[in-house]
Ligand binder design. Structure first.
Ligand code: GDP
Ligand code: MG
Length: 297
């Protein structure tokens, strides 16, 4: 098996801890239709995911609200097993009235918290199944202007419940300069609205290489991504994953062309444990505390 994920190369300590707890990582993707969510998921995890296995929520009218679709795969790399789940949310932003597009998504994230809380309250807590969402990739339309009201609303509603990872969708449709400017505007908007996105923590007590790698990841937020599930010819005649244009080829896996590599590196290699820890220790803990308080416990 190709070592396309790299999770078996996690630092030893992290690795051991993750193995002991059982290795399950849940990523959600959200964004308007056609922004390349499905394509990016296939690009991230190649075609090793099975599904989609549709899980309509009770009482939901298919086609009129946001759907929640969960797809899983068990992958193994150098003897390490990882269960990977991707939660897709088709329908977000597709309706005449999108005022409540965020609601089914919040409900789903909270239902997963509740399922975990329920297990914690059992007498036998030796085998907790962790289906909480550890990262939410939010796709921003590559307008080059600013965040749209639906983006701000979604992020405002979600940022206390999930690790938000904003990405600029289809960044091959913008020029390099446009991407740079758009990133600045997005970060300014996010700050202006008091939205907390997932910030890779700054490392201090690490080796030089790790610190530098981490700083490079931080500098790319919000990641400008390009997805593709087909091979094309690169300028120098290699077969690469990318998108071909009359003026040339954009390579998905080329860091000079887009931030896809950095996003994947952060998600499944360098920061998978941090995303899980932040979900457990901060986001879930806050939810749990609120819930118990509301119940008068
Ligand atoms: P979804 O509705 O968000 O799941 O979007 P899809 O993944 O189905 O993609 C919608 C269309 O956009 C398809 O024709 C894709 O080939 C195309 N697409 C996906 N990713 C990219 C990208 O990064 N750049 C460009 N230019 N097109 C893309
Ligand atoms: Mg899709």
């Amino acid at each position: 098996l190709a070592s396309w994920v790299g999770f078996s190369n996690l630092p030893n300590q992290v690795h051991r801890r993750a193995m002991r707890r059982g290795f399950h990582f849940v990523t959600m993707v959200v964004g308007e239709s056609g922004l390349g969510k499905s394509t990016l998921i296939n690009t991230l995890f190649e075609t090793k995911l099975y599904g989609p296995k549709s899980v309509p929520q009770p009482g939901q009218d298919r086609g009129k609200t946001v759907q929640i679709e969960s797809t899983s795969a068990e992958i193994e790399e150098n003897g390490v097993r990882l269960k990977l789940t991707v939660v897709d949310t088709p329908g977000f932003g597709d309706f005449v009235n999108n005022d409540e597009s965020w609601k089914p998504i919040v409900d789903n994230i909270e239902a997963r918290f509740d399922a975990y809380l329920e297990q914690e309250n059992r007498v036998n807590r030796s085998k907790l199944v962790d289906n909480r969402v550890h990262a939410c990739i939010y796709f921003i339309q590559p307008t080059g202007h600013a965040l749209k009201p639906i983006d701000v609303e979604f992020m405002r509603r979600l940022h206390t419940k999930v690790n938000l990872i904003p990405v600029i969708a289809k960044s091959d449709t913008l020029t390099e300069e446009e991407v740079v400017l758009f990133k600045q505007r997005i970060l300014a908007d996010i700050a202006h609205h008091g939205i907390q996105i997932f910030q890779p923590p700054q490392y201090e007590n690490e080796d030089e290489e790790t610190i530098q790698e981490n700083e490079e990841i931080i500098s790319k937020v919000p990641f400008a991504v390009v997805g593709s599930d087909s091979l094309v010819n690169s300028q120098d005649g290699r077969q690469v994953r990318g998108r071909a244009y009359p003026w040339g080829t954009i390579e998905v896996d080329n860091e000079a062309h887009c931030d896809f590599v950095k996003l994947r590196q952060m998600l499944v290699r360098t920061h998978m444990e941090e995303l899980r820890e932040h979900t457990n220790e901060i986001l879930y803990e806050n939810y749990r505390t609120e819930k118990l308080r509301a119940m008068g416990v």
